[in-house]
Design a protein around this ligand. Structure first.
Ligand code: SF4
Length: 207
């Protein structure tokens, strides 16, 4: 079988905070040129290499892994989608990259996370990264953080409901832990959070 007939797969490089390190960008570009790959910025702010021949998958991943790149994989905790935050938007109230990294560090030891969860972080109430249509949405306000749950996009979108108001960053982490634990407990393999909102044991009322 020639390489053109071979099964093609993709490699998704996770980009916490939506930041693309220059060395990973350079290496990905070099790989794309060498192996004739496509480069795609995903809706969740990650970088995907397209048209990777299956037989070359590990060979192509290796130089990226050597730079510390992490890859999308089944059961990985989801990287939050963030807006650009305080340093680059005049309405911004927080450093979204820093909060995203704190969340990822908090859940770094978690072996598997059930699928279909999307987390969004907005640095102000405009909610640009899709707060209303994410499973968990975190919004910075002048009084702290509001947290939303149960949104989704797709053919039949659902708008999330607010479940916490004016909480601290530590309370954001605690709330996330409670929501993720609940989702884990109530989910077999994957499930959007909106399906759990009306469960009698859902840990937070709408406010
Ligand atoms: S959510 Fe607010 S701070 Fe973030 S990009 Fe949108 S307007 Fe700017």
């Amino acid at each position: 079988m020639s390489i053109t007939d071979e099964e093609k797969v993709s490699i998704t490089i996770l980009l916490p905070g939506g930041r693309l390190p220059a060395n990973i960008m350079e290496t990905a570009l070099g790989l794309a040129r060498k192996y004739r790959l496509g480069l795609y910025l995903t809706t969740l702010q990650n970088l995907r290499l397209l048209d990777v021949p299956l037989s070359l998958l590990e060979e192509i991943k290796r130089p990226l892994a050597d730079l510390g790149a992490e890859f999308k994989a089944h059961g990985r905790f989801p990287v939050p989608r963030v807006c650009v935050g305080i340093h680059h938007c005049k309405l911004g109230l927080i450093d979204t990259e820093a909060l995203s990294r704190r969340i990822l560090a908090h859940f770094a030891g978690k072996k598997t996370t059930k699928g279909k969860l999307k987390i969004a972080i907005a640095a102000c109430a405009m909610g640009c990264p899709g707060i209303g249509t994410s499973d968990i949405g975190i919004v910075a306000t002048r009084k702290g953080y509001d947290i939303f749950a149960g949104g989704k996009g797709g053919t039949y979108p659902k708008i999330s409901r607010r479940i916490r108001q004016d909480v601290t960053e530590d309370e954001v982490i605690e709330t996330l832990q409670t929501l993720i634990d609940f989702h884990d407990r109530k989910t077999v393999t994957k499930q959007r959070m909106y399906k759990l909102l009306d469960d009698p044991e859902f840990p937070f009322p709408a406010i």
